[in-house]
Ligand binder design. Structure first.
Ligand code: ADP
Ligand code: MG
Length: 490
């Protein structure tokens, strides 16, 4: 007997997952030196200075913004802000770590505990406990050239500030892991502490997973999958690991505690290092940095400027009648959410229609252009004007689409465009000849309509709209058709 399907595995074993997220903070300069912390793409070694290169005699000076961001994150995630925390050296040798150690926090992190609320697999709200949040510097990047042509090192990322957010092993499925990560990314972007850009590695995750037989209280042996940088890869890698562990346990074998890598092409994980060779990091307090005392005034200042959290946003949108999926998406995508909010401010009553337009047409345009909503030539309030005109029937949905496409491409004055469209629409003297012609040309349908098949009205409206190239007021067209056809619905 073999355990083939994931559902079979889930009947026999409980999945236990804990996540360690590294989020790059969006400061201008690095954690301990003035070099730029910006992403430089293919331009290697352009954001380096003496400190980033670990040259002897250089000293670290903490970036105040990093401390503020850590406090803000701790408050939003309801952790305890430590009055005193300590920077520690974590030693290991790697060519992309020129100092020979990374400055991190160890036994005295800046934030202890905390919670993140997600929707559990049972559909109910679920609280995932956090273990800690600490500050650390990133390492550089090794670039291994293909075909054994040697390796290169890029130090742009060396010394860039990170927050590491460590969960307790409270997550119970790959899907919950993915929802946890989406919720966490949404909070960090809402707080403006990270841009959450996963392609650029600003938000990446190490996933720990183990299985235990149903009813067992002790945790099983875990494996850690390193450096996952997409929600999809996290889910796939965890699913693969869950099946692998299940097979081993099912065959009476044991799981070896180890660190693994996910190969997204092969959709498999493979061993990176086993814990027998466990690295001895030789942590100790960094003698170049005093203990970090957080003034109460800083905590109060950050508390006073916490923005609306994604969960609150979601609830606000849901109350307006926006469908749950759309409400969740708009509450987790900060910039689209801001755009939606700007539109809502102009037309508070039209939430569902506005959300529908953003989730449909606008997301499609954004994908085609592969740009961000901030670069859009149409503002949220402009979109609100289109939706208002549509809801009042002064433009048709075809016209709305046409105007949006035009504005998206060229920008322009919405009011003027709407007036231009509006001129030809509801004038019944202008519509009458066309209405009469369409009725005459579709005699058979007219007979059926008069015999009671009233849903054919849609067919006639469509024909007239087509003749008018979408420029007629559909309400006016329908009214006129009903009166000319006779016997229609009142
Ligand atoms: P380490 O000190 O080796 O980093 P921690 O105890 O700090 O280990 O845990 C690291 C991560 O692994 C945490 O996110 C934690 O929730 C998770 N974790 C710990 N034990 C297990 C387990 N048995 N199964 C799954 N995840 C686990
Ligand atoms: Mg760890």
């Amino acid at each position: 007997m073999s355990l083939s399907s994931l559902s079979e595995v889930r009947e026999r074993f409980e999945i236990v997952i804990g996540l360690e997220v590294h989020a790059q903070l969006c400061t201008r300069s690095k954690l301990f030196c003035p070099a730029s912390a910006a992403f430089a793409g293919d331009l290697a070694n352009v954001h380096v200075d003496e400190y980033s290169l670990g040259l002897p005699g250089t000293l670290p000076v903490p970036n105040r913004r990093v401390i503020e961001m850590a406090i803000r994150t701790g408050l939003a995630l309801r952790g305890e802000i430590s009055r005193r925390s300590v920077f520690a050296r974590k030693h290991y040798f790697y060519p992309d770590l020129p100092k020979g150690y990374q400055i991190s926090q160890y036994d005295q992190p800046i934030i202890r505990g905390g919670v993140l609320e997600i929707t559990g697999d049972d559909g109910q709200p679920k609280r995932v406990r956090l273990n800690r949040i600490h500050i650390e510097e990133d390492a550089g990047k090794s670039i291994h050239r293909p075909g054994g042509e040697g390796s290169l090192v890029d130090y742009n990322r060396a010394g860039v500030p990170l927050l590491e957010i460590v969960s307790e092993p409270d997550i119970r499925s790959p899907e919950e892991a993915s929802r946890y990560l989406k919720a966490l990314r949404a909070i960090l972007t809402a707080l403006e502490v990270s841009d959450g850009n996963m392609q650029e590695g600003s938000f990446r995750c190490d996933a720990n997973v183990s299985l235990r037989p149903m009813g067992e209280t002790e945790y099983g042996t875990r494996c850690e999958i390193k450096n996952l940088n997409s929600f999809r890869f996290v889910e796939q890698a965890l699913e693969y690991e869950v099946s692998r562990h299940a097979e081993l346990l099912h065959e009476g074998k044991t799981v070896t505690q180890e660190t693994r890598l996910y190969d997204s092409d092969r959709r498999q994980t493979r061993t990176m290092r086993t814990k027998e060779e466990a690295l001895d990091y030789r942590y100790f307090p960094d003698p170049d940095l005093p203990a970090l005392d957080v003034p109460q005034a800083w905590v109060e200042r950050e508390a006073a400027r916490l923005p609306e959290m994604p969960v609150a946003k979601f609830e606000r949108y849901a109350k307006l009648g926006v469908p749950r999926d759309a409400a969740l998406f708009l509450s987790e995508e900060r910039e689209l959410g801001n755009y939606f909010d700007a539109a809502l401010q102009a037309e508070p009553e039209l939430g569902p229609a506005l959300a529908q337009l953003i989730m449909g047409e606008i997301l499609r345009e954004l994908k085609e252009d592969s740009t961000g909503i901030r670069q859009a030539k149409v503002s949220g309030p402009d979109v609100a004007k289109l939706v208002r005109a549509r809801s009042e029937g002064t433009i048709s949905s075809t016209q709305q689409k046409k105007l949006l496409t035009q504005l998206w491409r060229d920008g322009g004055d919405v009011n003027a465009l709407l007036e231009g469209e509006g001129e030809q629409v509801s004038d019944s003297a202008a519509l009458e000849p066309i209405v009469l012609r369409v009725i005459a040309e579709n005699e058979a349908q007219a007979v059926e309509y008069r015999a009671g098949k009233h849903k054919l009205i849609g067919f006639f409206v469509g024909r007239v709209m087509k003749e008018m190239q979408g420029k007629a007021n559909p309400k006016a067209v329908q009214d006129l058709l009903v009166s000319k056809l006779g016997g229609g619905p009142s």
